[in-house]
Design a protein around this ligand. Structure first.
Ligand SMILES: Nc1ncnc2c1ncn2[C@@H]1O[C@H](COP(=O)(O)OP(=O)(O)OP(=O)(O)O)[C@@H](O)[C@H]1O
Ligand SMILES: [Mg+2]
Length: 460
């Protein structure tokens, strides 16, 4: 029996709908508060959701967005009073399945639900699989991503080590999180170690911990990341940077399931699933003698090769839309639309920095967007150029006409874009961003306030 959730603050309407749907053989659950409804959606599966568009707690659009974040594959039918049709149309643009204008004929509602159930069947095709449902960010409809799904489902169910390979910015870390948060260890931690960013001499004690007095600064004994990740997952990013001697130690740990803190003699049992990532071809590193073959085999029991964005162009519109709406929301703008030619330009680009580059460009372009549209100009101001070979220009200097902006306005936009980029590149650590920009942290802090830059933004 199909499970339908109906959300409306008007309990009379709820009753009418319930009677009708039950008479047609559906199981119906009703909620008058959308926030309660979201809690139910987290806990239970529904086949179709029917929701009013105007509700006092949160409006139907916001409700729709939150539902989509939780369950992308459940069709949502919106109910609208005569005056709110424009918002219903807007809701359709953002993925609502359909809308009905109140008062509506019960027969129509049943017909819509039938259609929505069919649609749900299509959305749940094995190729799209569970992946999208679990983790709305990592979707893809391109043949290369679809080909990965059956493998990913097996990876999620298993407990073996996994090697994730892909160019920079293809989503390796996100993939590691997806694997962790959907697998059997999801209630425990995923601990991340960036082997590329940690000096070789420190990696050993970071990973395995150390005993008191084992080296000059070891005033206390300390637990390493392996122990912290006990019963959970350890994500070793840039694993190709691991020095050879540590590769040997890591292999031993993987084989024995035991670690020894530096300067200690006690063997400690650890139960950790290891996921490794690299943007180099690890096999090639093996050939060059820089990576141990036996460790390679041990790690690559399961291997995910994330395709570069240029080999999965079909996914660019999906990802771009996702980033557009996410950043619009975060910058408290109304939902944005794509201007003429923008999606074509985005889809045609080669994206050497892959998804990260696409995401950063869209974030900056959202800052420049005006009047509910993200135009080609905004994209160019954000630093996008259709000519890969174009030399480095301050974003926006190309093709700008003086009449479009006053000089101070233009400079302010440039300043904002540069600051935003520096903050992003430095993980929002203002001190580091200030250094990169060649200004003092105090001046940066002042500018952030003046330009109203939202520092609550963090990477998605
Ligand atoms: N499928 C996706 N949906 C939404 N966002 C994504 C997706 N894949 C990647 N991203 C975003 O793109 C950025 C880069 O992803 P991530 O850090 O996982 O890449 P990476 O392969 O680890 O890159 P690097 O090799 O540079 O470390 C992140 O901000 C991430 O949130
Ligand atoms: Mg990474």
């Amino acid at each position: 029996m199909s499970n339908i959730l109906v959300v409306d603050d008007d309990t009379n309407i709820l009753e009418v709908i319930r009677t009708r749907l039950e008479a047609n053989g559906y199981y119906v659950e009703m909620q008058s508060d959308p926030l309660d409804a979201l809690e139910c959606i987290k806990e239970r599966e529904f086949d179709v959701i029917v929701s009013d568009i105007r509700m006092p707690q949160i409006d139907g659009m916001e409700f729709l967005r939150r539902v989509q974040r939780l369950r992308w594959d459940v069709p949502v039918i919106m109910l609208t009073a005569y005056g709110t049709i424009p918002s219903a149309v807007e809701a359709m643009k953002h993925g609502a399945f359909h809308y009905l204008t109140k008062p509506f004929d019960g027969k129509h509602l049943v017909m819509e639900i039938e259609e929505a159930l069919e649609e749900r069947g299509r959305r749940r095709e094995p190729a799209a699989g569970k992946i999208g449902k679990y983790f709305p960010g990592v979707y893809g409809v391109s043949p290369k991503m679809k080909a990965l799904y059956p493998l990913l489902e097996r990876i999620i169910e298993s407990d073996s080590t996994v090697l994730i390979q892909g160019e920079s910015g293809t989503g390796k870390e996100l993939m590691a999180q997806m694997i962790h948060y959907n697998g059997g260890r999801k209630d425990k931690r995923i601990v991340v170690m960036d082997c590329g960013a940690t000096p070789g001499s420190l990696i050993e004690s970071e990973l395995f911990g150390h005993a008191k007095g084992s080296f000059t600064n070891a005033t206390e004994s300390r637990m390493g990341l392996f122990e912290m990740a006990h019963k959970g997952t350890l994500f070793l990013d840039e694993i190709s940077s691991l020095p050879l001697d540590l590769q040997t130690r890591l292999l031993r740990v993987l084989q024995s399931g035991q670690i020894k803190r530096v300067g200690d003699n006690v063997m400690r049992k650890v139960d950790v699933r290891v996921l490794g990532a690299t943007n180099l071809d690890l096999k090639e590193q093996v050939r060059k003698g820089e990576f141990r073959l036996d460790l390679y085999y041990r790690l690559a029991v399961l291997r995910v090769d994330l395709p570069p964005l240029r080999e999965r162009r079909e996914d660019i519109p999906l990802l771009a839309d996702y980033f557009l709406q996410t950043f619009a929301r975060r910058m408290r703008k109304d939902p944005l639309q794509w201007g003429d030619g923008v999606m074509e330009a985005l889809s045609a680009s080669d994206w050497p920095g892959n998804i990260r580059e696409l995401k950063n460009i869209i974030e900056a372009a959202v800052v420049f967007s005006e009047g509910g549209t993200l135009s080609m100009e905004a994209l160019e101001w954000a630093g996008f150029s259709e000519e890969e070979s174009q030399q480095f220009l301050l974003p926006g200097l190309a093709g700008l006409k003086p009449a479009e902006f006053s000089l101070p306005e233009y400079l302010e936009r440039q300043e904002r874009a540069l600051i935003l980029t520096a903050l992003q590149e430095n993980n929002w650590v203002q001190k580091d961003a200030a250094e990169q920009l060649g200004i003092s942290p105090r001046v940066l802090c002042y500018k952030i306030k003046k330009l109203k830059i939202d520092t609550a933004s963090t990477p998605i």
